[in-house]
Structure formats: structure tokens, C-alpha cells
Design a protein around this ligand. Structure first.
Ligand SMILES: Nc1nc2c(c(=O)[nH]1)N[C@H]1C(S)=C(S)[C@@H](COP(=O)(O)O)O[C@H]1N2
Ligand SMILES: [Mo]
Length: 315
């Protein structure tokens, strides 16, 4: 069990408004945004290997999708650094082939699977979800993946399995940000079994019809659209079924600020900022903030999972 007790600096690492976005807007206003001297070069069209995926029209949103260059250049992935631009700049050192995932704990079928073993039985679909970061910014992302519940079912969890936790690769050679102890590595996250088995919960392998860029969590990441973004763990190498509520990275780091549930909730503020509104990345300098919706707009689908739970206490 790891409990990180010395991380007040983490809190200050998180900014409710994007410094990056402001700098970009200021540069744009100055006519400098295209200058390679001040901004990293960015591909403006989707790149990477194409994936075959059928659009699932049940899972979409009315808003426009966030531009590819924003989705792939403004990231949180502390294994590559704490600045939004670090993951795109430093994740080329991550090798995603070969890749394997170990399955342990309260399930009948345990062991290590290759990425190919994991993917084989699942048809890929495209779903557009809102992603709402706890830092009060958001994006709209066309993911490619398959329902987590179909993968979990293959492992036959026992009746003792009440939670499932996930871990990210831990290798400072490939993930230079892990040389700094800004978080307790490996990054880990967890869901209740009911959350894991909910049809909205996605295992993603791509976005914009292409394989996931490393900075977005290649080759396999979780997407839980009704929860703050930190629950959507990237570059997964471990799946573990437990009876007791598992430790999770951000909750261990600062339990007063990051709850286990982390359901998007505009009426429960973060101790240091409001969660009532959010900034859509890519909206430009004068774009108004948009209201944050309960459960990030997925209340009709998921609110019943929390019936009887005090959402102020279990944030
Ligand atoms: N392993 C790992 N997963 C992670 C993170 C991280 O630092 N490490 N950051 C989380 C946070 S805070 C957010 S908001 C989302 C961002 O996903 P994106 O960069 O693909 O938009 O990834 C989440 N998954
Ligand atoms: Mo986040």
C-alpha cells in the first residue's frame, strides 16, 4: 500500500485556467502563434495508423469536436512532465509494441495478455464524449474503442470483486517524468464494478479514427466520461480486481481535493476553485465559459448508480 503524504506542491501544479491556452491566445493576437520559435510544431491533420471503427450514434454530443491539434498537444500525462505541452514533446520515448497487460485479483481468468489478445474479440466503435478535467477545462473527443464491460466479462470476476483498479506503465526510461516524484508511481485509478460494467465506460485505443498518440495514452486507456479526467487512466499495463476500495493516485496525493468517485459535479467546488463552469479548449480568447453539467451531461445514464450516496461527502 502506498500513501503519499508529502505532496502539497501537487495542488499548486494544477491551474484552473489554462496558462498554455492564454499564452497561445496572446501569441495569436500578436500574430506569432505560427512561429516555430515560440510554439512547438503541430500537425494540423490527424496522423497515425487508421483504425476500422463504426460510429455509434447513440454516443455522441451536439457540440463540435475539439480540433485534433488541441486534443494532441494540450494534455495531462505527468509521466512525461507537468506542463500541458510536455506529453506531446516528450512521449516519443514510449514504446507501445510489444505491449502486455496483467490481470490479477478476484477473477477466475488471470494472467498476462498481449495487446492483440486484449483487442481480438472486440469490434471497435467510434464514440464522441465530453472530457472534463478537474482543472475546469474540457474537450470533445471522438474516441475509438470498445466497452470496458465486454473486456471485464472475459476475466469472470468472482462475487468478491467489488472494485477494479488499473495501473499505468512504470518505467522512467520510457517515461522521463517518472524521475520526478510529483506523484507516486505507477499512476493508478479504480472504479466500482458497477461503474466498470456501465455501457458508457470505454477502453479506448484511438481517437479521430487513428491509433492513440502516445500523449493521449497509447496503446490502451480508460475513458469514463461522467468523471473528472484524472479517472481516465492512460497506457494501462495492469488490471486488478479487489474486494476493498483500492488506493488511487490522486486521492492518495490529496484526498481533500480529489475524491475516489470524482463524478463531475458543478455544485461541489474544488477547495481552490469553482466547478460551475469550464473552458472549452480551442474556443479562442473571447469564448465564454460554458456551464458544467452534473455528471458531465451523462446524468440520465449514470445518476442512478449513486442513488442514496451523499455526493458532497463522496465527491
Ligand atoms: N497515467 C496517467 N493517466 C492520466 C493522467 C496522468 O497524468 N497519467 N492524467 C489524467 C488527467 S488529469 C486528464 S484530464 C486526462 C487527460 O487526457 P487527454 O490528455 O487525452 O485529454 O488524462 C488522465 N489520465
Ligand atoms: Mo485532469
Amino acid at each position: 500500500m502506498k500513501v503519499n503524504l508529502s505532496t502539497p506542491i501537487l495542488a499548486s501544479d494544477i491551474t484552473p485556467e489554462s496558462v498554455f491556452q492564454e499564452r497561445r491566445a496572446v501569441l495569436a493576437a500578436l500574430g506569432l502563434a505560427g512561429s516555430a520559435a515560440v510554439m512547438p510544431a503541430q500537425a494540423s491533420t490527424p496522423s497515425g495508423a487508421e483504425l476500422k471503427a463504426a460510429r455509434n450514434a447513440t454516443y455522441t454530443v451536439p457540440e463540435a469536436v475539439t480540433r485534433w491539434e488541441d486534443v494532441t498537444s494540450y494534455n495531462n500525462f505527468y509521466e512525461f512532465g507537468t506542463d500541458k505541452s510536455d506529453p506531446a514533446a516528450h512521449s516519443a520515448s514510449l514504446h507501445t509494441t510489444p505491449w502486455s497487460v496483467s490481470v490479477t485479483g478476484e477473477a477466475e481468468r488471470l494472467g498476462t495478455l498481449t495487446l492483440e489478445d486484449i483487442l481480438k474479440p472486440h469490434a471497435l466503435e467510434e464514440r464522441t464524449y465530453r472530457l472534463r478535467c478537474v482543472e475546469a477545462w474540457s474537450m470533445v473527443i471522438p474516441w475509438v474503442g470498445f466497452p470496458l464491460k465486454d473486456l471485464v466479462a472475459r476475466f469472470k470476476p468472482t462475487s468478491k470483486a467489488k472494485y477494479v483498479s488499473f495501473t499505468t506503465l512504470n518505467d522512467p526510461k520510457q517515461m522521463p517524468g517518472q524521475r520526478d516524484r510529483v506523484l507516486s508511481w505507477p499512476y493508478s485509478e479504480a472504479l466500482t464494478m458497477a461503474e466498470a460494467m456501465h455501457p458508457l465506460t470505454l477502453m479506448a485505443v484511438g481517437l479521430y479514427g487513428r491509433v492513440l498518440p502516445n500523449q493521449n495514452g497509447a496503446p490502451l486507456r480508460l475513458v469514463v466520461p461522467w468523471k473528472y479526467g484524472f479517472k481516465s487512466i492512460k497506457s494501462i499495463v495492469g488490471i486488478h480486481f479487489t474486494e476493498r476500495m483500492p488506493h488511487t493516485t490522486w486521492n492518495d496525493a490529496n484526498p481533500g481535493e480529489y475524491g475516489f468517485y470524482a463524478n463531475v459535479n458543478p455544485s461541489v467546488d474544488h477547495p481552490r476553485w469553482s466547478q460551475k463552469t469550464e473552458r472549452r479548449i480551442g474556443g479562442g480568447l473571447f469564448a465564454p465559459r460554458v456551464p458544467t453539467l452534473p455528471f458531465n451531461g451523462y446524468a440520465a445514464e449514470v445518476a442512478s448508480l449513486y442513488a442514496g450516496l451523499d455526493l458532497r461527502r463522496y465527491y
